[in-house]
Design a protein around this ligand. Sequence first.
Ligand code: AMP
Ligand code: MG
Length: 397
Amino acid sequence: MLSYEQALETLLADASLSSGSRMRVETLDPALALGRVLVAPVCSTLAVPPADNSAMDGYALRVADLVPGALLPVSQRVPAGSVPQALAAGTAARIFTGAPIPPGADCVVMQELCEAEGDAVRIAHQAKPGENIRRAGEDIACGAEIIPAGTRLAAAHLGLIASVGIASVEVVSRLRVAVFFTGDELVMPGRPLAAGQIYNSNRYVLLGLLGRLGCQVTDLGIVPDDLEATRQALRQAAAGHDLVMTCGGVSVGEEDHVKAALQAEGSLQTWKIAIKPGKPFALGRVGATPFIGLPGNPVSSFATFRMLAEPYVRRLQGETEVLPRAVSVRADFAWPRATPLREFLRVRRNAAGGLDLFPKQGSGVLSSCAWADGLVSHPPGQVIQPGELVSYIPFND
Ligand code: AMP
Ligand code: MG
């Protein structure tokens, strides 16, 4: 059996290889690039802010001219968007937030500390040089790389790009993912359930998880437990897609046809990974198209997506930072059984800042995933005592 770390490493190496050779890119208005991955670093050809400017509404002056309690004549008015004159000696300039600092001024005294008297201002405050001045280039230096390649763009990134005047960015095209669900027992919601049947709940989980990563998903529906049907579905899925993802049928039972179908249509490595829930899991190719096979059990499918398929998809999309990010949080529960497997426990943060455990941790209990706000990644061979720090991976969605 592979360890979780070995499986993840192999997956990421495979995804890096595929994304390098197959990546499609496009140029977008940054306003349309939320959640997309940058192809090349964004660099600034200007400084932000472009000039020293005021952080406050108030008066710009020279610290040396300031005798506390003295009256200074106001020699100019500088609203944001205007171009100031050099500051005449022994005077102050009325100034507003964001307005450029007049040459010669070395501080801004906020208006709450000033008293206007006709065309002059009385200032009792002892200002320091640089006070309330935002320096040119304080946010971004001219020529600086502001966002590295491989970054998934969040709202603040889009603003940062706009702040340096860039109106288009090169991003990775949406990953085209074809999915299907194997199982003679599966039925779509909206239809009555006959004896022995269950609803295809994994479809909804998978579409949600892939959609959240910005994938363009083609759903090929439910495929019966039949070798020929599975082979045909694989061929259809590979055409015009960047990734094929299936759910169910990857074990080695008589009714599991994904393995044989994939061996006929491409290549396959099925893995037994030392994780719970989760094994089995499959990586392969249909023709030249990357393939991921998730287990059918709803919790296994969800957890392996989060912990293995998601990093894979992110790397296929060209993203650099793809590893699930764990934080140390106190367990407010006991996990008394050590097993040789890494376990992904469904947990939720409580008001006291600790973690509660969903009482039913079975691999068929999808309620646990809906209730949870993250997983504990619990290493093999260990137990958890209440109060111990554990490795918590929040879902962040
Ligand atoms: P399998 O991996 O095909 O052996 O399926 C393992 C378990 O997951 C079985 O109990 C299946 O009925 C169930 N299962 C498989 N696919 C789905 C699905 N799409 N939605 C809900 N349950 C499923
Ligand atoms: Mg099955």
